[in-house]
Ligand binder design. Structure first.
Ligand SMILES: C[S@@+](CC[C@H](N)C(=O)[O-])C[C@H]1O[C@@H](n2cnc3c(N)ncnc32)[C@H](O)[C@@H]1O
Length: 243
């Protein structure tokens, strides 16, 4: 059972990870996130497969940025599907980065950065980028735009970005039932019934609607987002840097 310690799961809280990531702790974030997000287990696989079929990243030895690599889910999948890719992994959390580095220690071709994407300052360097569950934690006060702009600038023209995030839901008379289904999913996945407080779980996150995401993408120099995944309010989009 996962208890109250998992409540701030989406932001990758330090409570889930010690500064010395033991094997027991390595899997904690991944276990919790799978119990809370329907489809998470196949999300990295799908995201990598999508980027792998893009015009630039489909080429041999493509350069790919994994923004907010966390504990390494997308890196492991990229390494399995595309061992030829040159990966750059970046995350401002030393704890998350330490877990990812430990899990990928025997894999080559990974450049590690303990920083934000904005700090990386890469210009037109990557054929593709992955950003899974990162934008949602950034406030929409210029911070989201700065993140998306840095990602867009880091891509070569026509390079593609796979973006997955918690989105703000459209209001519907059936919304309460959908929320209840999320609670049921979590309990069925082993989350302690007391811990299933959706308001607490998404506290501190800044989900936006599709219209706002489209406007931010436009301002950042990216195409309109093309949807490719949805489970509850978690949505995946494919975007392309404008030429
Ligand atoms: C919810 S975790 C997702 C990790 C991983 N992508 C996954 O799907 O499991 C979000 C990660 O984004 C990182 N992050 C937050 N702001 C960032 C930024 N501006 N640039 C890069 N990474 C960032 C956090 O430190 C955290 O490790």
């Amino acid at each position: 059972m996962v208890g109250r310690g998992c409540l701030r799961w989406l932001g990758c809280p330090q409570t889930l990870l010690s500064s010395d990531p033991s094997p027991a702790r390595q899997g904690t974030y991944d276990l919790v996130v799978q119990q809370l997000i329907p489809g998470y287990a196949s999300l990295a696989r799908l995201s990598v497969a999508l980027l792998s079929s893009s015009p630039l990243a489909s080429c041999q030895d493509a350069t790919v940025l994994v923004a907010g690599c966390g504990t390494g889910a997308e890196l492991l999948e990229a390494d399995a599907q595309r061992p030829d890719w040159h990966l750059t992994a970046i995350d401002p959390s030393a704890e998350m980065l330490a877990v990812a580095r430990q899990r990928l220690q025997n894999r080559g071709r990974i450049e590690w950065h303990h920083a934000t994407v904005e700090q990386l300052g890469a210009e037109a360097r990557f054929d593709g980028a992955l950003s899974v569950l990162v934008l949602q934690s950034l406030p929409d006060d210029g911070t989201k735009l700065a993140f998306l702009s840095a990602l867009a600038r880091s891509l070569r023209p026509q390079g593609q970005l796979v973006l997955v995030d918690l989105m703000r839901p459209e209001r519907s008379p059936l919304s309460a039932q959908v929320a209840e289904a999320w609670r049921c999913f979590q309990r069925a996945s082993g989350v302690d019934g007391e811990a299933v407080d959706l308001t607490a779980q998404i506290q501190g996150f800044h989900p936006i609607g599709i219209a706002r995401l489209t406007a931010l993408a436009e301002a950042a120099g990216l195409s309109d987002p093309a949807p490719f995944f949805q489970a509850l309010d978690f949505q995946g989009f494919l975007l392309q840097r404008r030429a």
